[in-house]
Design a protein around this ligand. Sequence first.
Ligand code: ADP
Length: 452
Amino acid sequence: MSVLSFDALKTQVAEGLIDTVLVCGVDMQGRLMGKRFTAGHFIASAWQETHCCNYLLATDLEMATPEGFASTSWEAGYGDYVMKPDLTTLRPVPWLEGTAMVMCDLIDHHTHEAVPHSPRAMLKAQIARIEAMGLTPMMATELEFFLFEKSFDEIRKSGYRDLAPISGYNEDYHIFQTTKEEGIMRPIRNHLWAAGIPIENSKGEAEAGQEELNIKYAPALDTADYHTIAKNAIKEIAWQQGHGATFLSKYSHDRVGSSSHVHQSLWKDGKPAFFDPEDKLGMSALMKSYMAGLLKYAPDITYFLAPYINSYKRFQKGTFAPTRITWSVDNRTAGFRLCGESSRAVRVECRIGGSDINPYLAMAAMLAAGIAGIEEGLELAPPAAGDSYAGEGNTIPTTLIRARDALMGSKMLRAAMSDWVVDHYARAAQVEIEDFERVVTDYEIARGFERA
Ligand code: ADP
């Protein structure tokens, strides 16, 4: 959806309203990476393309240069990718003075093809597969996060020890508690709205200092762009106000974690193809096989829903984060929840993803699983009832090592995404595992220093 045409940008630049254009790609971690252009240079030439180092899709959160990626290396000389602005994504950035932004696709300048392991290309590839079946994926991602009393700088200088959340007690749906956070949340909602991102609401979540931002469902690629821009805006606006915000899945084992639930439905010719008024729950045969694919392949895709060591700390019983691969009718203990049953809004909510997902990868993986369910004509088992935490079996992979193994061994993902892409992300998972295995943690010291 275009909210700022290229012509309108030119006019605003001529009027002196915009002087800076952020030209942004998305890295493996789902972060905006790019350059700040003078608006004059952007409209004169950079709108066609710019370049970035190809290590941006072979680095970790620290911007290190781990070895073992086939795509690039010291040996290959860390060359460039083309960043090709997608002008349909031009938008103002109202929380930064005189600024607009645009999302880019990453292109290999030798082959002139999209870089296959770039997150936007991976999601586009799965969207193209489902569109070839005459279906449009409509999705919504929820953003949960914590706000902190102190700024990012103060928190970092304290060695991430001084983690006092911005408010003192559980603020789930709490109007008074969240009124105290309006200094941050109101500009987040309103600035994003003015940037063309259809914010529905924000609400307090089930912990002290925890907020949730909801964005209206949209075609999957727009949803991923919205999520990425909104996450960046939340950090920037919190920073502007002297506060920190975290999207870690589990910042403390004593607190609940943060999720990013993903609502999914498929549409055909502008009508919800998941809805069948004749069915007891209003679920079409298409929806049932799509969901059966999600369930069958949940272990395969878990890495894309939980990409870090920390992500797996969130899967704890009795915390509203799921532990088992079950589906249910409006029951928040299952990995997959049926929402809007018996209505045109019938959809499946995947509850496995943490707030640390890369939304492009998460949605690409879920679409691949759903497509496999449709292609294999899978039958959907009856829904789980009651407390899904209480049951046995069908557990979500409990560690990053298990999820990495399931990714590596997934014939479904290798067929849907290619060996190249799967091997690239399996290496990314391994980088996280190796780094963690090397580091001595506070936990080990406190537990064993004197007592061992
Ligand atoms: P909850 O009870 O989970 O808070 P909401 O009614 O707030 O449910 O909806 C959650 C998200 O689901 C919103 O972002 C909304 O836009 C999205 N949503 C609504 N209908 C659909 C649909 N048909 N397909 C995908 N997402 C949808």
